[in-house]
Write a protein that binds this ligand. Sequence first.
Ligand code: AMP
Length: 272
Amino acid sequence: MQIAYDVPALREAIAQLPRPLGFVPTMGALHAGHLRLLKVARQECASVVASLFVNPLQFGAGEDLEKYPRDLEGDTTKFSGSGVDVLFMPDADVMYPPGFSTTIDTGEIGTAFEGAARPEHFRGVATVVTKLLNIVQPDTLYLGQKDAQQTAVLRKLITDLSIPTEIRIVPTVRERDGLAMSSRNAYLTVSERVAAPNLYKALEAIRTAMSNDESKAAAIAEATKKIASAEYFDVVDATTFEPIDTLRAPAFIIGSARFGTTRLIDNLWIAA
Ligand code: AMP
């Protein structure tokens, strides 16, 4: 595996790779969810490029940028063991040199749910992903379903800006008790870790209730009673991320809750 720390080195390494080229952007602290993305990319593409960059632009003031888990050595081994051809590991000043000022406004789709909880988040995600796509120029971008709104925002960005990259969404990898794998699970105390699968259980309860013709409002009220720390639950159209009243596929049942100081998100995919 080659490691590139700046854009010229990365472009030079990529120029040697056979196509099609798959790209897996990450913020590191790799877990089995990331590894699944890398595995699918490896199976589907002749070459795989991954990035490890904790993007300061997508963290709000007072969020966990400073304490975000970092494990460069362990991650490098995992990327290499997953068959990555080239790993891009830029410093913040490579991505955002002094004077950098252009950002991407994702519009309405990035304003509700995660966009409401984290106002500058999707601007930061859209800006870094646009920049990474311009640098890597992959045929396929691999994203996790775990970050459902991010998939919708980035799909729209790629369409709106005519970026010649396909999106491939990989199903969420979970712990045995249902908790969606996340780098932020490392923050959970023992008792928070015990409670955290309740978020997934609440989403499943909403799906069951609505499949049994209960109204969305009743299903969500019931779920919210079981999980006091919930921030939101909703059912949204998978493409527009606008709330819908029935389980009309393709859709996501989405939710967010706090366990201590850790904010987790999860969703269920309602397939067509
Ligand atoms: P992150 O490092 O958190 O920015 O995540 C990098 C990529 O891995 C994103 O496309 C995430 O959606 C994806 N991802 C994170 N957690 C999971 C998971 N549990 N299952 C599948 N993909 C995931």
